[in-house]
Design a protein around this ligand. Structure first.
Ligand code: DX5
Ligand code: ZN
Length: 216
């Protein structure tokens, strides 16, 4: 399955200035990105805490961009509906947080009416998704260990991207350490949705930053 899907850029708000979130979002929206990536962390699944549904709800009021909510939390099924009601357009859970019940969690996301994504940490094998790929819109292959922005891209994930692309025609998202160089490598391997925090919000000109990621 070598079909290449359209490239989408998803700025990660984790690297934005939370005191000026509306301005930061307006900046990337005007610059022409496809969606906004919101990282939700619970201090258990990952050793960091970020935002919850109240922030998603406020963001949803000020943007027309689709909200791509990346749930780095344990027991994600408890919170799917609350994030969907808050305005999430796409919900991604971690396979590692759904052991033995991933099928049920996928069905629960589907019944929320949002897009359905499943993520794997860098060390988690693709076989964790076996039997589920035809019910998933997007697979998020983490290219850093989840928890913090600003880490370095793990090149050892590249073969996993290629292997997945051969059997999956949906969106393949990569997240962590994505910059102009690593974006090119990830896209060449088969990814088509690029999440980037530092490489967008850490730059003075977000429009140029997004263009750089797009052009590679
Ligand atoms: C990390 C998060 C990422 C993070 C990426 O656990 O899932 O979305 O914000 O940040 P950068 O692009 O700085 O690596
Ligand atoms: Zn993320």
């Amino acid at each position: 399955m070598s079909l290449q899907r359209p490239l989408k850029i998803a700025p990660s708000l984790l690297a934005a200035d939370f005191a000026h979130l509306a301005d930061e979002i307006a900046g990337v929206e005007k610059a022409g990105c496809e969606m906004l990536h919101v990282d939700v962390m619970d201090g258990h699944f990952v050793p960091n805490l970020t935002v919850g549904p109240a922030v998603v709800r406020s963001i949803d009021r000020i943007t027309t961009l689709p909200l791509d909510v990346h749930l780095m939390i344990e027991n994600p099924e408890k919170y799917l509906k609350v994030f969907a009601d808050a305005g999430a357009d796409h919900l991604t859970v971690h396979a590692e947080a759904c052991e033995g019940r991933l099928g049920r969690v996928i069905e629960a996301i589907r019944s929320c009416g949002t897009g359905c994504g499943v993520s794997l940490k860098p060390a988690s094998p693709l076989r964790q998704l076996e039997g589920f790929l035809d019910r998933i819109d997007m697979v998020l292959l983490m290219t850093v260990n989840p928890g913090f922005g600003g880490q370095s891209f793990l090149r050892e994930v590249l073969p996993k991207i290629g292997e997945l692309r051969r059997v999956f025609s949906g969106d393949i998202q990569v997240d962590g350490g994505i910059n102009r160089e690593t974006a090119k490598e990830a896209v060449r391997a088969g990814a088509n949705v690029l999440v980037a925090g530092t490489a967008i919000f850490g730059r003075p000109d977000v429009r140029q930053a997004i263009e750089d990621l797009r052009r590679g």
